[in-house]
Ligand binder design. Sequence first.
Ligand code: PMP
Length: 296
Amino acid sequence: MYHNSSTVVYLDGEFVKADAALTGLYSQTLHYGYGAFEGIRSYRTEQGARVFKAKEHYERLRKSCQLLKIPFHRSVEELTDATYAVLERNGLADAYVRPLVYCGPNMALGKPTSVSLLIAAWDWGAYLGEQLLRLKTSSYCRPHPRSTHIEAKACGHYINSILATTEAKDAGYDEALLLDGDGFLAEGPGANLFFEKDGVLYTPQLGNILPGITRATVLHLAYQAGMEVREGLFSPEALHQADSAFYCGTAAEVVGIASVDDKPFRKSWDASLGKVLQKKYAVLVRRVVAEPSLVD
Ligand code: PMP
């Protein structure tokens, strides 16, 4: 699914066959989850493959490494150019791009001895956004910001995401909803949360969540459309009282939420602010000429 015998990846400044690329067994990233990554989308547009928000993603990757004290000196420009080259060499347009900064052999809990960069990409078909998610509030909370740099997209943080997703799916739900360490609404395992109440949009403030690039884009689209948005600390009860809700993230784009803990939202997704933003986001990422009703 991710690669075949002709797939090419960018590894430490060179383009190599994925099948031939090797990594060691004594990596700090493998043993301790000490690494950083990104999740980026490329879309097929009339002008060819377009990497959405490449600058923002690579700035976040650099920031993640800085916060985690992983030496990483590649420029946003080099990383962006390499991404387009990986897409081109693999003949990809609608794709998911996975940059990973990982550390070399070191079994000590200290500074990395060496740092590598991988950029891989694989096919990611056009997403229809039709399905609505049934969420379960997780028994796991997000990692506490005093335990780690929660705003870094660190490999090890995703143990929390995997545990929450597995718990939700094992219980028959589509996805988890995580609270922060103080019991306020936080985010999904791989997406940020918005909800609507009486025509106003609400989203958890930064501090206990990953500062999503899609979240920032959705905020921008909402302001542009004249919607009122409030960022803050909100209780799970506020979500239970909400009219509608959605998750947003690079992979999921904007996806509606049908219910939380089996309690459905009273407003239909098609009549929600989220639906309006979902359409605007789909137009923006592909930069196609939209029907007037989609951009109004
Ligand atoms: N929260 C978490 C925990 C995530 O993993 C992601 C996906 N990167 C997001 C939110 C959404 O971030 P973005 O919009 O930058 O993809």
